[in-house]
Design a protein around this ligand. Structure first.
Ligand SMILES: [Zn+2]
Length: 471
């Protein structure tokens, strides 16, 4: 029996505990920097298994690290456990059915992400003890991946500086390596202050903050024509100034997400968006307050770590799915939108060309897919600037399920999701073993990392005074 099988057995030995942790975190559904119960559950479990815990990393109450072993090399696993706003949804229901109207839900599968990485850490720790393998393993409890980029605060605090290798995964609808990509991203609040007045009796005395928000958005929408194709800019009006049309709105606020492949490209766009905001303030005789609350860096892929993960993934697939599981996935494929179904077809075509029908007949994509380069943003990117980082996706959802949607929340406690999570634990634990036992491999990963950085250093785009905050 090879080490991957032995590690797989260690993961299987504790699978009920792992599944229970994942399901409880799904139930807690705590969003950014409020993951108090989710963090406590994992800390208590890791403590009971002999890990040393440090809490409150990067100024975030719900960030922690659990460590076992000692000395070099140091391999870290990244765990996330934050939910998304407004995505409350009943488990297993194939129609939109919030548990609590307006409540939060795990639309990105971070319940699985945290528990899977945690299970990998526990398995490799127990294996190291059994086989007398020297080195340190760490589980990084990383809060607020969504909307606040929690890891950027931890990186700023130096939490990853002595790591040799970091390993991460993400739930999704395909098994693959993340080769590169993920867009750098800033989150910025623009708050306009105007003057309230009776909108009919004395409109000339009012200065509308809501007008300023609208004009700013119009300005940014004109800017779109003159930015690089890969950039993305989107906004949410977080305060429209009240519900009374007959009161001139004295306060209004809009939250922007500005994305591009490189941090310096985001910085350039951000400066332009700030100018537009100032222009809107000038036009409306209001004042604008600009507050950047998060910064995500782009992900630096690592071919050496990627190859190890891919080899283990190839060795471990396909998984055995029961007829019931295939039917469960097929049921969810019926409730995705027409556009998502089109997207699934296009994706199948990109992967399999003429044979795309074969893929479309599989409700769960049970194979190693082509290497991905993401269009979203992740704060795993920030970690990858300071330490060689391997990153992959595992199929936990029916093929075609959109992320950040109720369909993804609903599948988060199902057995397909659990199987994908346990696969991640086994594959990442085996990859950790490779690096813990082979210093040349660590060196090779480091060289690949330095080559990709090409002399650049971590851009650290967080404003100096930014702190983890609940907003
Ligand atoms: Zn996510």
């Amino acid at each position: 029996m090879g080490y991957i099988d032995e590690l797989g057995e260690l993961v299987a030995k504790r699978q009920q505990e792992t599944i229970s942790i994942s399901d409880q975190i799904w139930d807690f559904a705590e969003s950014r920097f409020q993951e108090f119960k989710s963090a406590r559950l994992q800390i208590d479990y890791l403590k009971s298994l002999g890990f040393a815990i440090t809490e409150g990393l990067g100024g975030a109450e719900t960030a922690f690290v659990a460590e076992a072993g000692g000395g070099k090399p140091i391999v870290g696993f990244l765990g996330e456990y934050d939910a998304l706003s407004g995505l409350s949804q009943e488990a297993d229901a194939d129609c939109h059915k919030p548990i609590q109207e307006g409540g939060d839900g795990h639309g990105c599968g971070h319940n699985l992400l945290g528990a899977g990485s945690l299970a990998a850490t526990v398995a490799i720790k127990e294996y190291m003890e059994e086989k007398n393998i020297p080195g340190t393993v760490r589980y990084y409890g990383c809060p607020a991946e969504e909307n606040a980029g929690g890891k950027a605060f931890m990186v700023r605090d130096g939490c990853f500086d002595d790591c040799d290798i970091v390993l991460a995964w993400h739930p999704g609808s395909i098994n693959c390596i993340n080769k590169s990509g993920s867009l750098a991203n800033f989150r910025v609040f623009f708050t306009f202050h105007g003057k309230s007045a009776h909108a009919a009796g004395s409109p000339h005395l009012g200065r509308s903050a809501l007008d300023a928000v609208e004009l700013m958005n119009v300005g940014v929408n004109y800017m779109r024509e003159h930015m690089i194709d890969e950039a993305r800019v989107h906004y949410a009006v977080t305060n429209s100034g009240g519900t009374a049309p007959n009161v001139v709105q004295s306060e209004a606020q809009v939250l922007y997400a500005i994305r591009a492949p490189q941090v310096n490209q985001v910085k350039e766009l951000y400066d332009r968006v700030c100018k537009i905001a100032q222009g809107a303030a000038l036009m409306t005789e209001t004042e604008v307050e600009i507050r950047q609350v998060a910064a995500y860096s782009n992900y630096i892929g690592n071919d050496v770590i990627g190859k190890q993960i891919k080899d283990h993934l190839t060795e471990s697939l396909p998984l055995d799915y029961t007829e019931e599981e295939l039917q469960y996935a097929a049921k969810f494929q019926k409730v995705i939108t027409e556009l998502d179904a089109k997207n699934l077809k296009a994706r199948a075509k990109r992967i399999a060309g003429k044979d795309s029908e074969k893929l479309l007949a599989m409700p769960i994509w049970n194979f190693v897919g082509p290497d991905a380069s993401g269009k979203g943003s992740t704060d795993v990117g920030d970690v990858s600037w300071v330490c060689p980082t391997g990153y992959c996706h595992m199929a936990t959802l029916a093929a075609g399920t959109p992320g950040h949607a109720w369909q993804a929340v609903a599948q988060g406690k199902g057995s397909i999701a659990h199987k994908g999570m346990l696969l991640a634990a086994k594959v990442l634990a085996a990859t950790a073993y490779d690096f813990l036992t082979n210093p040349e491999l660590i060196q090779a990963a480091r060289e690949d990392w330095l080559e990709k950085l090409d002399g650049e250093t971590y851009p650290n785009a967080l404003p100096k005074d930014a702190k983890p905050e609940i907003w």
